[in-house]
Design a protein around this ligand. Sequence first.
Ligand code: HEM
Length: 260
Amino acid sequence: MSTSRSISGSTSSGAIERFDDKARESFEHLGQTTVYRGELLRHPVYTRVVHWMVALFFFLALFTGFSIYLPWLFRWFTPFFGGGPLSRVMHPWFGLGFVVFFGLQALNWLQPMIWTAADSNWMRNMGKIVSGEAKMDPPDTGFFNAGQKLQFWEIVGGCIAYLITGIILWAGARTFGRIPVAISYVIHDISAVIMLGGIFIHIYQSTFGEPGTFQAMVRGAVSEAWAWTFHPAWYKQVTGRDPQQACEEARRQMTTSSKP
Ligand code: HEM
């Protein structure tokens, strides 16, 4: 079954939602999202294309940035970018690409990333969730959980910091003076370290940490079991079924079908 349904939970009221809906509609013609029986649509083609462009430009900016920051350690990969001086020239452009694509993603995800009471509840239960003591996320966990939202807003803050400090560093001391440039270096680098730490956690969570998540950004669909385990309120919203009941039903079916 092929589908072009937009992210559930977004209402077409404001200019941003209309822009996102139009972008999702036109991108759906360029790719395909197949949702099999027992699966749910998670991310349409537009969201996936923008996410992977964000990731591409993030790593291009990161690697060229490393070779400027620590050339004695990272100069071995400057040849990939045409040498040290060209890496220096390319870095701000890669950074700009990252900020522009993340800007599009931020508009796309603005509505589902708004903090709610369910997120404060998730934070209170974080210990049990992260340690695996809780088998399912709290029942009120929606499309994104609090951890994902915190990371999203950290990247929004990081992008603003990169943009301001990056422009100051790009134009240099002749335009902005030595002190703003010196301060910008510190903020730019601290932001990079924070974001890098967050991305390690993000990649782990999206692959091994929560199995079944990676396909959400590759094929665009997730299993119903994934949805009721990690995002029960979203599961209920899109299927109308109770996540706990659905899980118990699936467990019963598995035990009866495995009996000889
Ligand atoms: C190889 C690297 C990456 C992998 C494997 C990956 C994977 C994923 C997956 C599977 C999702 C969907 C999660 C869901 O639907 O619940 C996602 C969402 C997201 N990705 Fe990535 N991603 C990568 C790199 C990046 C980078 C570099 C950024 C930004 C700097 C980024 C930012 C986000 C954000 C903000 C979300 C939504 C919130 C979240 O799930 O944390 N990703 N990613």
